[in-house]
Design a protein around this ligand. Structure first.
Ligand code: NAD
Length: 430
């Protein structure tokens, strides 16, 4: 068991020396700029975050010691509306990762055509080895440190990897205490009792399913007979699996940070969620067998969803991918080089900024409900999500056909194009 843990640690260390995600993001931007024939000045503006804040967070630990954590908030671009983006807690967080995620948020809100810019935050920490009290004190110190630059019309954070609705509640309470308001619209992904939206917890997975349903139509994949695998059985991945299986496809493979499993007969996603809740991992699910991460990503399935972290589909993996459709629930799971290989091999890519935009779409709906003090039913929220994300899929698909490019480039053409137009119209101050 100890040896297995070390192997996993090694894999994670190797992941950290993988390509710089911000360089990937700039390369994707460069390709879009070329297709859009962007003015070089606008391209340069879009290649730089507007503001990057690094904060040091002294936290009293349970053993009486004080530990200083490092946190970031990167506000990438707000030409189309207030900055918007999640906060990630992970030992592998780097400023370049946060910058990349903030850039992708900018294109994502634009593709979804919601009136936001893009931002992202993160703290270098290992929440799995922190108590709830330590996590709360670190979160509140971070919230206090970023309070001057966030606000309902400035920058609206949300959850990301290893943060949840409780984290959002602590940030909301800290912000409210400092500014002296009850301002639920400063953050999304809140608990329902504090003004969270019905449907927000499953929105990323649900939105990814709606895009997959559209992709299946375009690619003539019969969902009733289809199979799929999910890397990263967390919020996004597990909800994607649970909702997608209601359309017919069978879940053949799944993984989390502790390992990967497969079952030829298929697995019930809800039962797998219950197993993970009980044991802490998908590994050991009755009737499944353990496989490597590479085997999972190269499984003979119709649909593959990378739903963990960046850089999981590298060129070596891409060459062996058998899936017809990739639904990127995660942000930045495919490197630009791997993208080219997948495209050449005829794999239909639903890129992250489209596939996982359901989360930010319902965050937007939550913010609108908070500002209006008027709340919708879950069915109303889900149907607005379906309408918005399906329309985004169609815009991206139309752009990819018009420019004769893959779906990622199509999404970047739509996303970057709208932001570029807003930046050009605003002009350069002073
Ligand atoms: P989460 O913490 O709920 O789940 C992450 C899952 O990935 C966990 O099950 C973890 O065990 C697993 N994991 C971590 N390292 C792994 C590895 N090396 N191999 C396999 N599995 C691994 O996080 P989440 O919110 O589901 O986010 C997952 C991805 O989706 C991230 O890229 C995030 O940016 C993206 N995303 C999430 C949302 C959202 O609303 N939750 C929205 C948009 C994008």
């Amino acid at each position: 068991m100890a040896q297995k843990y070390e192997v996993r640690q090694l894999q994670q260390t190797q992941q950290q020396v993988k390509p710089n995600p911000f360089e990937n993001a700039l390369e994707q931007l460069r390709i879009a700029a070329e297709h859009l024939k962007l003015d070089e000045g606008i391209h340069q503006i879009l290649a730089h975050p507007k503001r990057q804040l690094t904060v040091s967070l002294p936290v009293k630990m349970d053993d009486g010691s004080t530990k200083v954590f490092t946190g970031y908030r990167v506000q990438y671009n707000d030409a189309r509306g207030p900055f918007k983006g999640g906060i990630r807690y992970h030992p592998g967080v780097t400023l370049d990762e946060v910058k990349a995620l903030a850039a992708w948020m900018t294109w994502k809100t634009s593709v979804a055509n919601i009136p936001y810019g893009g931002a992202k935050g993160g703290i270098i920490c290992d929440p799995k080895h922190m108590s709830a009290g330590e996590n709360e004190r670190m979160t509140r110190r971070f919230a206090a440190s970023i309070t001057p630059i966030i606000g309902p019309y400035k920058d609206i954070p949300a959850p990301d990897v290893y943060t949840n609705s409780q984290t959002m509640a602590w940030i909301l309470d800290t912000y409210n205490t400092i500014v002296g308001l009850m301002s639920p619209a400063v953050i999304t992904g809140k608990p329902i009792s504090l003004g969270g939206s019905l449907g927000r917890d499953k929105a990323t997975g649900r939105g990814a399913v709606y895009t997959t349903v559209e992709a299946a139509k375009v690619n003539k994949v019969d969902l009733k007979k289809a199979t799929f695998a999910v890397q990263g059985f967390g919020n996004a991945g597990a909800n994607f699996a649970e909702i997608l299986q209601t359309y017919g496809p069978k879940l053949r493979g799944a993984s989390d940070s502790k390992g990967a499993i497969m079952s030829k007969a298929g697995m019930d996603a809800a039962k797998l969620v219950a197993h993970k809740e009980k044991t802490g991992s998908v590994v050991g699910f009755p009737g499944s067998q353990e496989i490597s991460d590479k085997e999972l990503l190269q499984m003979d399935v119709d649909i593959l969803s990378p739903a963990a972290l960046e850089n999981s589909i590298l060129p070596d993996i891409a060459r062996g991918v058998k899936a017809k459709i990739i639904t990127e629930c995660a942000n930045g799971p495919t490197t630009p080089e791997a993208d080219k290989i997948l495209h050449a091999n005829g794999v239909f890519m639903i890129p992250d900024i489209l596939a996982n935009s359901g989360g930010v779409i319902v965050s937007y709906l939550e913010w609108v409900q908070n500002l209006e003090r008027n709340y919708w039913t879950e069915d109303e929220v889900n149907s607005m999500l379906e309408k918005k994300i399906t329309s985004a899929f169609r815009d991206v698909h139309a752009a990819s056909l018009k420019h004769n490019v893959d779906m990622r480039t199509g999404a970047m053409i739509v996303g970057v194009g709208r932001v570029a137009e807003a930046v050009r119209t605003l002009g350069v101050f002073p």
